[in-house]
Structure formats: structure tokens, C-alpha cells
Design a protein around this ligand. Structure first.
Ligand code: ATP
Ligand code: MG
Length: 223
């Protein structure tokens, strides 16, 4: 079993982890928008911890090369240093093939004691696509969905009602609006522009050191 998940299971058995947030994403790279979203989810949804799980091969992003999983993990670890409420898991990066959230949630369910509540956190953009996720009809039985506001994406009452009608336990919450995206960060790097303060400083340093995102083809489509 993944080491982080084993530790989470131990904490849950000790009664320290009743409700766990799961922040899925490509994190190519992790930026301020992700971190503020997860931190405010912790508060708004009363989560005992948030586990960031970067995708291996994301099902939705087969159109451009994704940065090596180890490098994305390394950036995440650097980004969350000092926050006891955050952990990162290599569970999806290490799973072969295309990554699906449904498999991850099943794996977490199997590892954690019964009664541990799982809340999958998504931004409004990702939440709108939920009905098209792999085995979408099974997802709603595995976790609740914390839906964060995100600048540029409107998740109105009708869209939320539609998700509820499909059986999803949706928990909308407001996040300080930060119009930051990984695509924009990548584009900026490829254009030689500044990304300081859009990503945590150790992440910026790592991007520079490892020469990530220098090629124009790296920024891909806005997704
Ligand atoms: P890309 O531009 O490559 O798609 P991204 O910035 O959208 O990158 P992802 O890794 O695709 O980042 O997103 C992971 C999760 O974080 C998604 O649920 C997404 O909605 C959410 N998220 C990303 N950026 C923000 C933001 N600025 N505010 C709120 N939620 C966000
Ligand atoms: Mg995205």
C-alpha cells in the first residue's frame, strides 16, 4: 500500500481522521490557486486533513505531454512544507495506465476504516465535467464532492441541482478568487515571463533549476 495512505489509515484508526479531503489534479505545476483552494476547503468542509493526489496519466489531458510524476510530486512536497493539514500521495503516479478518480477512491475506501468520510475537492470547472468522468455513476457512492468557486467558471444553482439529481453529495464552498492556472504558469515560463508569487518560491526555484516548461509545446491547451 502507498506509504501516505498507510499513515492516513493509521491516523483514522487512532480516531484522528474522521473526514479526509482529496485534492486531485495534474498539478503541472502546483500553484497558489490549488493551495488556497485546499486550505479553505479544510476550513469550510471541516476536513481533518487534505491529501493531494497528482494524476499519473490523466484521462482528460492526453493532448500534451505531462511532466514526469516524480517531478510533480517533488514540487507538491516542496509547496506544502510546513502545513500539517496537507499530505501528498504517489498512489496515482505509481499506478500504470490512464488514471481514473474512481479507482483511487476505491483504493482509499479499502484502506481506510469504515466510517471515514471522503470528500473529493474540485474547482467549479472540474465539477461541471463530473457526469463525464469514468464510471461516473459509481463515484457518487464513494465520496462527497466539495466544489470550490474558481474565477472564470460559473457553477450555478441549476448545475448543482443537476449533480444532486445524479446522486452526488455536492458541498459547494467559496474560495478567495485567484485566477491562476497551471497552463498560464507554463505559458509564462515558456515566454520567459515571471511566475514569482503565482507558485510558492521553492516550486519556482525547482522549475528554474530543472528547466521545466521552457518549450512552447509544454503549455498545451487551457484546460
Ligand atoms: P491546467 O491549466 O493544466 O488544467 P489547473 O490550474 O486547472 O491546470 P489542475 O491540476 O487541472 O490545475 O486542477 C486541479 C484541481 O484544482 C481542479 O479541481 C481545479 O478545478 C482546481 N483548481 C485549479 N486552480 C484553481 C483555482 N485557481 N481556484 C480554485 N480551484 C482551482
Ligand atoms: Mg485544469
Amino acid at each position: 500500500m502507498d506509504a501516505t495512505v498507510a499513515t492516513l489509515a493509521e491516523r483514522a484508526r487512532a480516531g484522528e481522521l474522521g473526514r479526509l479531503g482529496i485534492m486531485g489534479g495534474t498539478f503541472d505545476p502546483v500553484h497558489g490557486g490549488h493551495l488556497v483552494c485546499a486550505e479553505q476547503a479544510r476550513e469550510a468542509l471541516k476536513l481533518d486533513a487534505v491529501v493531494f493526489i497528482p494524476t499519473g496519466r490523466p484521462a482528460f489531458k492526453l493532448d500534451r505531454p505531462v511532466t514526469d510524476g516524480e517531478e510533480r510530486l517533488e514540487m507538491l512536497r516542496a509547496a506544502m512544507a510546513g502545513n500539517d493539514g496537507f499530505v501528498v500521495s504517489a498512489l496515482e503516479v505509481e499506478r500504470p495506465g490512464v488514471t481514473y478518480a474512481v479507482d483511487t477512491l476505491r483504493e482509499l475506501r479499502a484502506a481506510l476504516p469504515e466510517g471515514t468520510e471522503l470528500v473529493f475537492i474540485t474547482g467549479a470547472d472540474a465539477a461541471l465535467t463530473l457526469p463525464r468522468w469514468h464510471k461516473s455513476e459509481d463515484l457518487s457512492d464513494l465520496a462527497a464532492f466539495g466544489v470550490a468557486t474558481r474565477p472564470g467558471y460559473e457553477l450555478d444553482a441549476a448545475a448543482l441541482a443537476d449533480l444532486s439529481a445524479r446522486g452526488f453529495d455536492v458541498r459547494p464552498f467559496a474560495v478567495t478568487g485567484l485566477d491562476i492556472s497551471s497552463s498560464d504558469v507554463r505559458r509564462r515560463v515558456s515566454e520567459g515571463r515571471t511566475i514569482r508569487y503565482l507558485v510558492p518560491e521553492p516550486v519556482r526555484a525547482m522549475i528554474e533549476e530543472k528547466h521545466l516548461y521552457r518549450e512552447e509545446s509544454d503549455h498545451g491547451r487551457l484546460a
